[in-house]
Design a protein around this ligand. Sequence first.
Ligand code: GDP
Ligand code: MG
Length: 442
Amino acid sequence: TLSDRLNKVFTGLRGKGRLSPADIDATAREIRIALLEADVALPVVRQFIAAVKERATGEEVSKALNPAQQVIKIVNEELIQILGGETRRLQFAKTGPTVIMLAGLQGAGKTTLAGKLARFLKDQGHAPVLVAADLQRPNAVNQLQVVGERAGVAVYAPQPGNGVGDPVAVAKDSIEFALRAQHDMVIVDTAGRLGIDADMMRQAADIRDAVQPQEILFVVDAMVGQDAVNTAEAFQSGVGFTGVVLTKLDGDARGGAALSVRSVTGQPIMFASNGEKLEDFDVFHPDRMASRILGMGDMLTLIEQAQRTFDADEAEKMAGKLAAGNQFTLEDFLDQLQAIRRMGPIGNLLGMLPGAGQMKEALAQVDDKDLDRTAAIIRSMTAAEREDPKIINGSRRLRIANGSGVKVSDVNSLVDRFFEARKMMMRMTGGMGLPGGNRRNA
Ligand code: GDP
Ligand code: MG
């Protein structure tokens, strides 16, 4: 899947200290393959790769993020962009009922969506009515009635002698009905065909002209891949639409349709269906979809938090100390602990790391109390001890232990851990251990 592919790309970057132009090229190539395999339309892939490359090249070396995280961040932001950026809400009529017309191929999921949308609007306090303007298939009206009943909303269906067989007339009459019966929203279900078809387009355009909808939602099955783009273009020119609904996202992990349709038609994806039941439905959020496509779980949240928390000035200072080797003190160690604390409970933090699953048990032992105890021990030290931990001999350890209410062995283990950490940081300076470092003296 796209997620797996992208994950491989990011893993390859993990050990890097800095991205070279060759790294960026190689990464872009991998992302390109991943997108093409996910059935994203070629022009969209090209545009996407160009944007990512440009940003990765121009990006300042980040102090808070390592190169892999930086690329993830850029790819994520570009994905959100291509998916439409902001979440787009329904537009309502200024006077009279708001009309939403559904269009799309047969089997795309229009009738199912009609029920979901009606229920969604009803839950928000609206009084929607469903309109059966699909008179193509014998069972279509009946299907909508079942859907309406399940959603607990009214259905306007052709009555004998009232425009039977004429979907345009039914649609037109439904607006009158809505006004009379005080429905503030009208959802018009229309007939699709199995493929793009001039008759279908003409009928849909006639219905559109008859009801003057505020929104025309193009409903498309996310599983059809590349075909989604062709279909979308045909509906765009044949009927026109103001928004897209992706259906059957439960069966599609590739995300290709989602990425292409928005960008090819210029219209936002507004809703997503991910199952046959009424509740398998949500407003479409570009950021959530991007994160789903990336498959990075909460890694993105972690990146955000790291960036927000990391103070650029502190980083500068820290980098200088590390570059000079043994100048990293217990005082700095304390600063770092506090920075970690500011990022929230450590359990959350560790849980966000991908693949943290098997480490859970080990991590469960590192709790916030542990961090706080460590901070307390350091606070019981004198300034001289914090600056130069080597002077912390036996009697000093006993005094520190008494001062902070811990055992001498706890002080010992902290001091050991500090020297271990310092050794590691010096080794990783310029790598991903501590962001912002460089290799000058390491
Ligand atoms: P229409 O011809 O566009 O009105 O499509 P329908 O609403 O009749 O849906 C066609 C088929 O797709 C039905 O069997 C639905 O139950 C199914 N379906 C619709 N939406 C979804 C969805 O989001 N996920 C899944 N798995 N099936 C769906
Ligand atoms: Mg239908």
